[in-house]
Design a protein around this ligand. Structure first.
Ligand code: GLA
Length: 365
């Protein structure tokens, strides 16, 4: 008995979980050996975006304890994995893939075609002029074929096209070199190349601001049209970069309902809930941004937001095939630098000491 107890205590301290401090939760409901993935075993896999470095720190134990799926945060993006025309850098992505395999975790690939984090050479000829449609399609095909082939059998799902829709009310697709050089069918082509390379991979269109009534209508239209014209698209990735005040329950509910009606797979691919009011554009830091404490009020609002989101995720469990958090703990999040540079945020379920926050307990109750 003593031995069992000490194992439980040791596990709890490794994962930084100290149930005695969680006053909101009745102690008999706490099982410190269970992670998010176990609580949600009958619902959907629970994933996390990782860097290769995080897998070599104490965060690794938290990852394997809590999650059963991973997404490389950056190292499969074009600029990282294919920085020069004839040079691929697979080292980092390989190390994440090996970790996933070792620990029997699912792996999502992110991302094959995006307007951001792309290298300069991609859209240019050697003389600096813009490439032709044929050349760019050839490069896209070569890239997708190489990357998808390499992770065939390890990566089960790809974010094939990321963020192709415009945020502007009266504009459909986002202006980008992909669109201006190839035309609208670059999206269909990317899916076709990915499907050719790995017919078993589950292929997603992925985007943010997906709960905005205007943007979700455009995402719906795009995906519906692709599906109806026979393009091998399997699902919609809703990024889920949300905040304590947005989306509302009604907004999220109606979005999930709309997307689920397409009868494709649906995943939340980049979940985090900022403790600040939602702002969509990057801006300078102002004096009023100096209050960056994780106050009781912020904690409470974030807990309610997480509770509401997971209530709806459970409601749409038949449509949802995965929920992935964007980063591991409040130790580090991309929101520490967005939309306000150098403003600490606390968007995740684990705090800076890797301990579960109150929101965690709301999510697993
Ligand atoms: C988008 C991308 C992600 C990541 C986040 C910010 O959501 O899809 O890869 O860059 O922005 O971290």
């Amino acid at each position: 008995m003593k031995k069992i107890l000490s194992i439980i205590i040791t596990t709890a301290s490794i994962i930084g979980c100290n149930p005695s401090k969680q006053s909101t939760v009745p102690s008999n409901t706490i099982d410190s050996t269970k992670g998010l993935k176990d609580y949600y075993a009958n619902y959907f896999p629970i994933g996390v975006a990782v860097s290769p470095r995080s897998l070599k720190t104490e965060e690794a134990a938290l990852i394997t304890q809590q999650f059963n799926s991973m997404t490389p945060e950056n190292c499969m993006k074009w600029e990282a994995i294919h920085p020069k025309e004839n040079e691929y850098n697979f080292r980092d992505a390989d190390s994440i893939a090996a970790f996933a395999q070792r620990n029997h975790m699912k792996l999502r690939g992110h991302t094959l075609c995006w307007h951001n984090q792309t290298p300069n050479w991609l859209f240019r000829n050697a003389d600096g002029s813009t490439v032709s449609r044929e050349v760019l399609l050839q490069r896209l095909k070569q890239h997708i074929t190489t990357v998808v082939n390499r992770y065939k059998g390890t990566v089960y799902a790809w974010d094939v096209v990321n963020e192709a829709i415009s945020d502007k009310k009266d504009e459909y697709l986002r202006p980008s070199p992909w669109l201006s050089i190839i035309g609208e069918d670059y999206i269909a082509k990317a899916f076709e190349y990915a499907h050719e390379a790995d017919p078993n991979a589950v292929l997603f269109y992925n985007d943010y601001n997906e709960t905005s009534p205007v943007k979700r209508g455009k995402i719906y239209r795009l995906v519906k049209e692709l599906k109806e014209s026979g393009v091998p698209i399997n699902g919609i990735g809703m990024q889920g970069h949300w905040a304590i005040n947005e989306p509302s329950m009604q907004q999220l509910d109606s979005t999930l309902q709309l997307f689920a009606s397409l009868k494709l797979k649906l995943q939340i691919t980049e979940l985090d809930i900022s403790v600040y009011h939602k702002e969509h554009d990057a801006r300078e830091r102002k004096p009023e941004d100096n209050d960056t404490e994780f106050t009781k009020e912020r904690e409470q609002k974030q807990m309610e937001a997480y509770k509401m989101c997971f209530q709806l995720f459970r409601k749409y469990r038949k449509a949802l095939s995965g929920i992935t958090f964007w980063n591991i703990s409040d130790r580090h999040s991309w929101l520490d630098d967005f939309p306000v540079k150098n403003r600490k945020d606390y968007p995740l379920l684990f705090d800076r000491n890797l301990k579960p926050k109150k929101a965690f307990w709301e999510v697993v109750q």
